[in-house]
Design a protein around this ligand. Structure first.
Ligand code: FES
Length: 386
């Protein structure tokens, strides 16, 4: 372990490779940034291959091939092979829209190790509405069956929010029926698009508590059949979470245009300087990038984090969320933020949603999905997807 100043430098274990921001879906909680990278700026195949070799040399074990929709890239098979050849465990994170049986066979032959499919709801009409894409749910079912038929391990990623949180049990049953070995009950985290749409996405505290109890019961009932991971919305957590295992400690994220970020939402923090794999090696960026060193260790912390006995366990929580809620990325997140009143103001509008909330959710969702899809079309006018 080398050292950066007085802060020990850990080895990264995981790399999130955002191959493109292009995507046929328009989910209102998309984790991509508000300002999407255009196709013309995307890294080419050879650069991704170099990044994977450098990542493996740095200690990375696993690469998540993500997007947008990674299948929007014509060279997805070559990229997957490059990651496999570098010795990395390859996980494809996909909406399933745009991957044919033939492409799946080619990906399998290229060394794909694992597939993660997002599913927006257990009810078809609702799932398609949330995704902003008619027929998405049916395609996902077909694709999941094709993945399992090839004996590739499958994870279902179920993003939960106010409109589908009461279907948590059905989502687990659906994952089981699809042959998944793991399901992630991942509540929306509020950065970027999700922050913009927070009012309509945020579940009530009661909904979250019911869902948490349901997950415990489902775990007991399906023990040995499927692994159930669950992430609670930070706004209802009692303590800060050690986001990604700590800033610049365990993982890195490469954007379609080659910027290297400590986490997928790091660009939402104003004033950070990100380096690019076009200009520097991954090892140089990991060790010396100003963005990676901004919140490593504990020297940057303010009170109450600075003297907290848990500061080396939770690292004061999520920097991006702290910035989103307080405009100070070095603030504590989220319980002390909650005490400041920000959370109270947000939550008071969400309590007891009343009978009309579903109608207004659907109206807002449709508007938001349209807006999001428009923004994606805007940058792809010169040649969308393939
Ligand atoms: Fe950026 Fe948590 S998402 S630190």
């Amino acid at each position: 372990m080398a050292a950066s100043g007085s802060t020990p430098l850990h080895k990264p274990l995981g790399l999130l490779a955002e191959l493109t921001h292009r995507c046929p879906l328009g989910c209102p909680y998309c984790s991509n940034p508000i300002a999407l990278d255009p196709r013309k700026d995307e890294l080419d195949t050879a650069t991704w291959a170099r990044v994977f070799r450098e990542a493996a040399a740095l200690g990375v074990l696993q690469v998540h091939l993500s997007g947008g929709e990674p299948a929007a890239r014509r060279d997805l098979v070559e990229i997957t092979k490059a990651a496999h050849d570098a010795g990395l465990y390859t996980n494809l994170i996909t909406s399933a829209v745009g991957i044919t049986d033939k492409t799946l066979d080619l990906l399998y032959d290229a060394g794909l190790d694992h597939v993660q499919v997002s599913i927006q709801d257990s009810v078809e009409a609702s799932a398609d509405r949330i995704a902003g894409y008619d027929g998405a749910f049916a395609r996902k079912r077909t694709f999941a069956a094709a993945v399992v038929a090839r004996k590739l391990p499958l994870t279902v990623n179920a993003v939960m929010h106010r409109a589908n949180i009461e279907h948590v049990g059905d989502m687990v049953e659906l994952a089981l029926a699809l042959g998944a070995s793991r399901v992630e009950i991942a509540h929306v985290q509020y950065y970027g698009w999700a922050l913009k749409n927070r009012t309509m996405l945020m579940p009530s505290r009661d909904q979250v508590m019911h869902a948490a109890a349901a997950v415990e019961e489902l775990r007991a009932r399906h023990h040995g059949q499927i692994v159930i991971d669950a992430v609670v919305p930070d706004y209802y957590a009692r303590l800060p979470k050690p986001c990604l295992g700590g800033w610049g400690r365990r993982s890195l994220n490469v954007t379609p245009a080659g910027k290297v970020l400590p986490c997928h939402a790091a660009e939402s923090i104003l004033g950070l300087e990100f380096w690019n794999v076009r200009d520097r090696s991954l090892a140089d960026i990991w060790s010396h990038s100003p963005a990676f060193n901004a919140f490593r260790g504990t020297a940057w912390m303010q009170e109450p984090c600075a003297s907290c006995p848990k500061r080396e366990q939770d690292f004061g929580g999520c920097r991006c969320q702290a910035f989103a809620l307080t405009s100070d990325a070095a603030a504590t997140d989220p319980p002390h933020v909650a005490a400041s009143g920000v959370f109270g103001r947000v939550n008071s509008r969400l309590r007891s949603p009343g009978a009309s909330w579903k109608l207004s959710f659907i109206r807002k969702l449709t508007e938001t999905s349209r807006e999001f899809r428009r923004s994606r079309f805007k940058f792809s006018e010169t040649g969308r997807n393939r």
